[in-house]
Design a protein around this ligand. Structure first.
Ligand code: PXP
Length: 237
């Protein structure tokens, strides 16, 4: 069964709009857990625009389902992850000006550097995932760098969903997914997935976890977080 990891960054986005204490991402994480999600994802960005260090630490302490910490592969973030000890880290590229993560990590150009960082995280018992575009070279590079898992970037698929490019983008995801599974990497996917476009990705062979944030938090405004999570779970199982 495909698992659902819920990204709660945008609960923190609302809180940061007033720099106050609510809505609390920890409370959201607990609600998401009660609704049956199998994981919580947070992205601790270098500019701390939504999730803060203390959110990661309190969520790690208080939830029972695995925490997946998305972060840039910088020395400072690696140090933070070694302190916070999430069950999983997903390394992502980060640009200060972007609205959200725009592309996958370029693994191929920096395998030796990533290998060292991945090894430090794995030694502490943290599973390491790499956020990559559906490109066979990047999948093989992820394997060479020692990752446990790849998360396929579904942003382009989501962008062209409903257009004549949808089928070819899905085929790229499927080919990358097959290569990941062949190499023994766990297969996750995420970015831009919503209640309309999620099913073909959930149906891919070997899919382990989908990490979904914006569409669930947006739907929660109208139906509540519990129902928003349950509806997504029902779609992907
Ligand atoms: N996976 C990764 C690596 C991401 O960076 C994001 C966005 O923070 C997501 C999944 C979730 O994307 P969305 O919020 O569009 O569902």
């Amino acid at each position: 069964m495909v698992k659902l990891g819920v990204n709660i960054d945008h609960v923190a986005t609302v809180r940061q709009a007033r720099l106050g204490s609510f809505p609390d991402p920890l409370q959201a994480a607990l609600a998401v857990q009660s609704a049956g999600a199998q994981g919580i994802t947070v992205h601790l960005r270098e500019d701390r625009r939504h999730i803060q260090d203390h959110d990661v630490l309190s969520i790690r302490k208080k939830i029972k389902i695995p925490l997946n910490l998305e972060m840039a592969a910088t020395p400072a973030m690696i140090r933070f992850a070694l302190r916070a000890r999430p069950q999983e880290v997903c390394l992502v590229p980060e640009k200060r000006q972007e609205l959200t993560t725009e592309g996958g990590l370029d693994i191929v150009s920096r395998v030796p550097d990533l290998r060292k960082k991945i090894s430090a995280l794995k030694k502490s018992g943290i599973r390491v995932s790499l956020f990559v575009d559906p490109d066979l070279k990047q999948i093989r590079g992820s394997h060479d760098a020692g990752a446990d898992c790849v998360e396929l970037h579904t942003g382009r698929y989501a962008e062209v969903f409903g257009s004549r490019h949808q089928a070819s983008e899905l085929r790229k995801l499927e080919a990358a997914g097959r290569e990941a599974v062949r190499l023994g990497l766990a297969l996750n996917a995420g970015h831009g997935l919503d209640y309309v476009n999620v099913r073909p990705v959930a149906g891919m062979d070997g899919m382990h976890t989908l990490n979904i944030g914006f569409s669930i938090v947006a739907r929660a405004l109208f139906v509540g977080l519990d129902q928003a999570v349950r509806e997504m779970k029902a779609l992907i199982k």
